[in-house]
Design a protein around this ligand. Structure first.
Ligand code: FCB
Length: 456
């Protein structure tokens, strides 16, 4: 496919993304305390192959080499996350200077190489000590988080101009507390609603704190909305299944964060789980604090239908009692996710309508079983095609009037893919986990070529 017909505005930001626990390693160095992912990955049966992030890509020690790779690729920006257990190992209280120093050196190295740091404050590695105090189920988590955010922004805000409060709070709530696939691995629908609410409360509480410490910075949140498709049969029950799934996947965050209210029907649909007394007066006002842009992570659409007579729903998403999630349609990626550039465009357009904000695509990419060939290269033609197709969708959304300001490929490096461990490779740079050798894949070279082709 040629990408010359794609159009991106001047100043469009080309980046890649990673997350602390997925790449850093150095799990017990320089005062870092365990996170819920250290605990989870050590719990038998939770992560494929018993893999952990103990070493991961050893980025904590190899960051100069990784920044050099970014420069070689011609990136404008690098989206990474800060590990709370490095900055405030006790969860609350004392700030760990050595932890701050690591990110400070990373930021300086990026800036010296002309690469803009785009920093996420929370990409799922809650200090384990805080989980022992209830984690996101404890309403105090909003204050714990705001304190941690203040310390981090105070230390880096003189150089970092782009701050994101949370990465994919859907995953830290529904996937972690209802579905149980992510840390802390609970399976309780009511808890997932409490966690989602407290994550949003933490977000809204921290926004003014970040602004206070970095008055000129752009503040955002990254959500992972997904296009929900039902059978196109005009059936009322199917339409209701789509509505319920959409609320539990998208509306649960779009509503409170951008409209100051949970979406229509959602509180009724979830009344079988909870009386919602965790929603206090004033919370929705706090949660809907104005933002400067919205980060959108999107990989695949979701397909559902209504349960038929006597059939049970098959998903524990809150309010999804009669919802049946159906198999994705081919073509699938190596991890089994449906490839649909069209759904990517549709969810970008929806995100713009819901938020009324400029967007950054803060993650998008695909996993494939890559190998280093005899010629020493990684010929990942499938990832190249996915990248081209999805950048085409971004370009189409822009042509349709959406203000998309940047794209961050997931991921710079192959890394620890959560419950899948190291079995799934998303990088545009291959990592040999035995030697830590990095090899730019064909997709990395193609990305560099597209960046050069479209640079304003
Ligand atoms: C997203 C996560 C990211 C990565 C990709 C594949 O949900 O934000 O850390 O695991 O999926």
């Amino acid at each position: 496919m040629t990408t010359s017909g794609l159009s991106f505005p001047d100043g469009f930001v080309w980046g890649t993304a990673t997350a602390s626990y997925q790449i850093e390693g150095a799990h017990d160095e320089d005062g870092r305390s365990p996170s819920i992912w250290d605990t989870f990955s050590r719990t038998p049966g939770k992560v494929l192959g018993g893999d952990t992030g103990d070493v991961a890509c050893d980025h904590y020690h190899r960051y100069p080499e990784d920044v050099a790779l970014m420069r070689e690729l011609g990136l404008d920006a690098y989206r990474f996350s800060v590990a709370w257990p490095r900055i405030v190992p006790g969860g609350t209280g004392a700030v760990n200077a050595k932890g701050v120093d690591f990110y400070s050196r990373l930021v300086d190295t990026l800036l010296e190489n002309g690469i803009r740091p785009v920093v996420t404050l929370y990409h799922w590695d809650l200090p384990e000590v805080l989980d022992q105090r209830g984690g996101w189920l404890n309403r105090d988590s909003a204050q714990w988080y705001a304190e941690y955010a203040a310390a981090t922004v105070a230390a880096l805000g003189d150089r970092v101009t782009n701050w994101t409060t949370f990465n994919e709070p859907w995953c830290s709530s529904i996937l972690s507390y209802a579905i149980g696939a992510h840390a802390p691995g609970h399976r309780d629908g009511a808890e997932s609603l409490v966690a989602a609410h407290h994550l949003m409360l933490a977000h809204g509480t921290a926004v003014p704190v970040i602004r206070e410490h970095a008055p000129d910075a752009e503040v955002s949140i990254t959500l992972n909305p997904t296009q929900v498709w039902g059978p196109d049969d005009g059936d009322e029950a199917d339409a209701d299944a789509v509505r319920r799934a959409d609320n539990a996947l998208n509306g649960i965050f779009f509503g409170p964060v951008f409209h100051g209210a949970y979406p229509a029907g959602f509180l009724d649909d979830t009344a079988y789980l909870t009386d919602h007394s965790f929603i206090h007066d004033g919370d929705l006002e706090t949660i809907s604090a104005p933002l400067d842009n919205l980060g959108v992570n999107n990989y695949f659409p979701t397909r559902v239908r209504a349960a038929r007579d006597g059939e049970e729903g098959n998903t524990p998403i809150p309010g999804g009692q009669r919802v049946v999630e159906v198999a994705p349609r081919p073509p699938l990626t190596g991890i089994g996710w449906e490839q649909s550039p069209e759904s990517h465009r549709l969810i970008i357009e929806r995100s713009a309508r819901e938020s009324g904000l400029p967007l950054y695509i803060t993650e998008n990419g695909s996993a494939w079983p890559d190998t280093v060939d005899a010629d020493g290269q990684v010929h990942d033609a499938d990832r190249v095609a996915y990248l081209q197709g999805h950048l085409g969708a971004v370009s189409d959304a822009i042509k349709n009037g959406v203000d998309v300001r940047g794209y961050f490929a997931w991921s710079l490096l192959d890394n620890f893919e959560w419950a899948y461990g190291y079995s799934q490779r998303f990088g545009i740079v291959h990592v040999d986990y035995d030697t830590q050798v990095r090899t730019i894949k064909d997709s990395g070279r193609e990305y560099a070529r597209i960046i050069a082709e479209h640079r304003g």
